[in-house]
Design a protein around this ligand. Structure first.
Ligand code: FES
Ligand code: FE
Length: 382
C-alpha cells in the first residue's frame, strides 16, 4: 500500500491506533486522567450534607460528598475491609453514615471508620488508618475538581492558567461569575467516539461552515474556519443582526453583571485539558465535562448556566439552550462518523492538520509528552 506524502506545511495527526487501541487508552487513563485535575461534579449538585455523586476518574470510582460542616470531600469508592464498592448508584444521599453493604464497616462523611461489627474484638484495627482513601479536591468555577495523583500538579498552573492563557487576561473569566450561576439545563450525551476526537473537534472551527449552520449565522466569522481559540484573547463577534446567543439569533437574557463592554456580543471558548470545555457568552456559560469510558466511548455532560434570577423566574431557556445543543449533536455526529475509520488502513499513519488547525498539533505534542518515552517523537511524524 502506498500513502500520499504529506506536504511540509501540513502536520500529521496521531495515527489511527491512538483512537482505537485499548492499551493507549489505558496509558491515557494512568498518565492523563489519573494524574491531572479532573472536573467531576457541579458543587451545587451536592446541595445538602450527605448528598453524594460517584464519578469515574480514569480507572477509579470516586465518591464526592458534602460533609456536615458543608464542605466537599472526595474518597475512593472502595471499602477498606475487603474492597467492596461502597456506592453503586450515580448519585443519592448518605443519611448519616456510609455503610458497606458487604460486612457493614461504617464510615462517617469525613471518611473515618466509625464502626465495624465485632471491631471491639479486633483492637488492633486502627480506625483512622482504615478510613476511606481521600482524594484531593478543589473548587473552581462552581465545580469540584479532583486529582488522584499522590502529588497533584499545581491547580493554578494546570487548570486556572489554561483559562487565563487563552483569554489573555486573568480577570476575564471571573467576569462571568460562573461559581454563582444556576444550572438552567443539563444534557448528557453518550458519544461513541474516542475522547481525543471530541477535544480535537472542539479546538477547531474548520468544520463550522460545513456542519454548524445555526452557529455560523450567529458568529459569521466562524464560517472562515478560524476557531475563537485560534487567537489568544479573541472573542468571536455576534453578527450585526443577531440580538443574542440563541438558535435563531433572537434576544437572550440580560448581560451578566461583571461582563464588560469589551466582552459584550462576543463568544469565547476555552479548553481546559484534558476534559473540559468552557464557552462564555454575555448572558450565560456553557460548560462541557467529558468522562472517557473506553477507547471508543465518551460520556459528555453539558451544563447551561445562567444568572440565578433567570432560572428562578422560570424564563423559557429553550432558544438559548437549543443553539449549543444543536452544535453538540452536530459535533458528536461528526466524531462518531470519524471513529470507525480510525481502524482503517487508510488512517494507519493518521490524517493531516491544515494550518488553522495547528493548535491540535500542540494538543498532540502535549499528550505524547504525558504518555512518555515510548510514544514521544517519531510515532506520528513522517
Ligand atoms: Fe466492606 Fe467488608 S468489604 S465491610
Ligand atoms: Fe463544532
Amino acid at each position: 500500500m502506498t500513502t500520499t506524502p504529506i506536504t511540509p506545511s501540513l502536520i500529521a495527526t496521531l495515527p489511527g491506533r491512538y483512537y482505537t487501541d485499548p492499551d493507549v487508552f489505558r496509558q491515557e487513563q494512568e498518565h492523563v486522567f489519573e494524574s491531572l485535575w479532573f472536573c467531576a461534579v457541579r458543587s451545587s449538585d451536592l446541595g445538602r450534607p450527605g448528598a453524594f455523586r460517584t464519578v469515574r476518574v480514569g480507572r477509579e470510582s470516586v465518591i464526592i460528598t458534602r460533609t456536615r460542616k458543608g464542605d466537599l470531600r472526595a474518597f475512593l469508592n472502595v471499602c477498606r475491609h475487603r474492597g467492596a464498592r461502597l456506592c453503586t448508584e450515580e448519585s443519592g444521599e448518605i443519611r448519616r453514615t456510609l455503610q458497606c453493604p458487604y460486612h457493614a464497616w461504617t464510615y462517617d462523611l469525613d471518611g473515618r471508620l466509625i464502626a465495624a461489627p465485632n471491631l471491639i474484638k479486633m483492637p488492633d484495627v486502627d480506625r483512622v488508618a482504615y478510613g476511606l482513601i481521600k482524594v484531593e479536591l478543589r473548587e473552581w468555577l462552581g465545580y469540584a475538581w479532583v486529582c488522584l495523583a499522590d502529588e497533584p500538579p499545581s491547580f493554578e498552573d494546570t487548570v486556572v492558567h489554561a483559562a487565563v492563557e487563552r483569554l489573555g487576561d486573568a480577570a476575564a473569566i471571573e467576569h462571568y461569575g460562573t461559581d454563582n450561576l444556576a444550572l438552567g439545563k443539563r444534557i448528557t450525551y453518550d458519544v461513541r467516539a474516542n475522547w481525543k476526537l471530541i477535544v480535537e473537534n472542539f479546538m477547531e472551527c474548520y468544520h463550522c461552515a460545513t456542519i454548524h449552520p445555526e452557529l455560523t449565522e450567529v458568529l459569521p466569522e466562524f464560517a472562515d474556519g478560524y476557531a475563537a481559540q485560534y487567537y489568544v484573547g479573541h472573542g468571536a463577534e455576534f453578527g450585526a443582526a443577531v440580538k443574542g446567543f440563541t438558535v435563531d439569533g433572537s434576544e437572550g437574557f440580560g448581560r451578566l453583571p461583571a461582563v464588560g463592554d469589551d466582552q459584550d456580543r462576543r463568544y469565547y471558548a476555552i479548553t481546559v485539558k484534558p476534559a473540559v470545555f468552557v464557552n462564555l457568552v454575555p448572558d450565560h456559560v456553557i460548560l462541557h465535562r467529558m468522562f472517557p469510558l473506553a477507547e471508543d466511548r465518551t460520556v459528555v455532560e453539558c451544563d447551561w448556566l445562567y444568572a440565578p434570577e433567570v432560572v428562578e423566574s422560570g424564563a423559557d431557556l429553550s432558544k438559548s439552550v437549543e443553539l449549543f445543543h444543536r452544535v453538540n449533536v452536530q459535533d458528536f455526529a461528526a466524531c462518531e462518523r470519524t471513529q470507525p475509520a480510525m481502524s482503517s488502513r487508510a488512517y494507519r499513519d493518521g490524517g493531516v492538520l491544515v494550518p488553522n488547525e495547528h493548535h491540535i498539533g500542540i494538543f498532540h505534542e502535549w499528550l505524547l509528552e504525558r504518555l512518555g518515552g515510548e510514544h514521544a517523537g517519531p510515532v506520528h511524524r513522517r
